[in-house]
Design a protein around this ligand. Structure first.
Ligand code: MV4
Length: 498
């Protein structure tokens, strides 16, 4: 039994995990940095501990300090969220050695999927289609040229220790090969301290489709259907949905059973995601396995009714999966928009400062997973994700309508956000038709839309309005004390009309 969980993360995902703990009657422990004193996770957990200063290396990546706190507070388990230590095999191994439960897969599974060439080898052996190419690092330019000739240009050079889009290079013809090979090797060495690189055929204009899987420690596996994640910019996903409008029943059957084979192949337990590229003919190819809970997990929760975080905790406790494959069916459609504090009109420059007013959307079929609220500070130290707006409805079209309604309702004062940009994408005829691939947000798309806004001026007005409201509030409180009657909620309004 797990009775106390330390959440080694921040922002919306830390809040998501704390909420699951509360509903399960498990004590939650938050850690926070200087920059996160005003964040929601710090306030919502049963216990919160300051780790150190704001940089991630000193705080959420400070392994020694985190393990020290785990021991001091007597936490019996750790939930890593995503990012930070979520896929760090060394961190997981250290917890395993200290008999602290890691709410995720074993360090062995994580290490196996960490090497992209090893993962490809394992997949090829276990009936999971991989992109044509090599399963061993390329040793020489001559070998690379021969392989590329065989599979046909264009090809992609990828770092064996890479992932998530880092350390890749496209080669269009043999005359580009030599210099690209050297450059990719150099970059891989710098980024991953490992210069092994391998070759894949370049798949033209694919979609990014991923399958959510769950495995328990007793060898049971189930999938929770697919998510469509093609709407991304520079490898940063922006909009995700479940199910994919491109995947038909037969393709779904094939891709989900490939995903289960992938999980079985690495002795996986807990929640994981198998990523695929899917071409226009619906051929799909294994890309990588993400050995963590993903940002976009809510869309899967909304169409299946499964609470993935509670299931993760149950699996980590040693329980069997609480349902079988036949219990699951796709119910309706869900969309997620990632709400970032960044300026689409200014090359997505992060926007920092306090949130001076905050009014999230609500109503039927609307879920907001936020890490922040009124008074929280968004800083330069971490990813500028404020929250995730997730909408469910019975059909894709009505989920789109609901998303536009919710985006229009969302008020985040004091910061520039990508909300208007999200509305433009969701309302685009091609998006509505489901006609897009990973290149949808191309430079061409970006130059054709109008992302300029008067947010800068609006923010100045918001700041003055917030100041004015604060003055009125304190005057109201002062009058209440002076008149010796208790503070009532309507006093503030009365003051306005005085
Ligand atoms: C590819 C590809 C085309 N062909 N591999 C980017 C992230 C990393 N996980 C793999 N990626 C890609 N691999 C072959 N053989 C195109 C991409 C790719 C991509 C994939 C998924 C989502 C967005 C993407 C954006 C650019 C490139």
């Amino acid at each position: 039994m797990i009775s106390k969980i330390l959440i080694a993360n921040r922002g919306e995902i830390a809040v998501r995990i704390i909420r699951a703990c509360k509903e399960l009657g498990i004590r939650s422990v938050a850690i926070y940095s200087d920059a996160d004193k005003t964040s929601l996770h710090t306030r919502l957990a049963d216990e919160s501990y300051l780790i150190d200063s704001s940089p991630a290396q000193d705080s959420y990546l400070n392994k020694e300090k985190i393990i020290k706190i785990i021991k001091e507070v007597g936490a019996d388990a750790v939930h890593p969220g995503y990012g930070f230590f979520a896929e760090n095999a060394e961190f997981i191994k250290e917890l395993e050695e200290n008999k602290i439960t890691f709410i995720g897969p074993s360090s062995k599974s994580v290490a196996k999927m960490g090497s992209k060439t090893e993962a490809r080898k394992l997949m090829a052996k276990n009936k999971v289609p991989i992109v044509p190419g090599t399963t061993e690092p390329i040793k020489s330019i001559k070998e690379g040229l021969n392989t590329s000739e065989e599979i046909g240009y264009p090809v992609l050079l990828k770092a064996a220790a890479g992932g998530g889009g880092k350390g890749m290079r496209k080669i269009n013809s043999k005359k580009e090969f030599e210099s690209a090979f050297e450059a990719t090797k150099r970059e891989a060495l710098k980024a991953f301290a490992n210069d092994d690189i391998y070759i894949e055929k370049y798949i033209l204009n694919p979609r990014h489709i991923e399958v959510q899987v769950l495995g328990d420690k007793h060898g049971n596996y189930i999938h929770l259907f697919e998510r469509e994640c093609s709407i991304q910019r520079r490898h940063q996903k922006i909009i995700e949905e479940a199910p994919s409008s491109f995947v038909d029943d037969l393709t779904r059957k094939k891709i989900t059973s490939a995903a289960i084979n992938a999980a079985k192949a690495c002795g996986y337990y807990n929640a994981g995601t198998v990523e695929f590229l899917m071409d226009a003919k619906k051929n799909f190819y294994f890309l990588e396995m993400n050995t963590r809970l993903q940002v976009e997990h809510p869309v899967t929760e909304l169409i299946t009714g499964i609470d993935l975080v509670k299931e993760q905790i149950s699996i980590a406790s040693g329980n069997k999966l609480s349902f079988n494959q036949n219990d699951l069916k796709i119910n309706g459609h869900a969309l997620e928009c990632r709400i970032y504090a960044e300026d689409p009109a200014n090359n997505f420059l992060p926007s920092t400062g306090p949130i001076i007013s905050y009014a999230p959307p609500a109503g039927p079929g609307v879920r907001v997973d936020s890490g922040f609220d009124h008074g929280s500070q968004i800083t330069v130290h971490y990813d500028p994700l404020i929250s995730k707006l997730v909408c469910w409805s019975d059909t894709r079209q009505s989920a789109i309508t609901r998303m536009i309604r919710s985006l229009s309702e969302y008020v985040i004062g004091g910061l520039i956000t990508n909300i208007s940009f999200l509305k433009i994408i969701i309302d685009h005829p091609s998006f509505r038709k489901g006609d897009f691939d990973i290149n949808f947000l191309s430079d061409e798309f970006m130059s054709n839309i109008k992302t300029t806004s008067n947010r800068k001026e609006e923010i100045e007005v918001e700041k003055i309005a917030a100041l004015f409201a604060a003055v009125l509030k304190s005057k109201s409180a002062f009058n209440n004390i002076r008149n010796n009657h208790s503070v009532t909620t309507n006093k503030w309004m009365e003051q306005l009309y005085e």
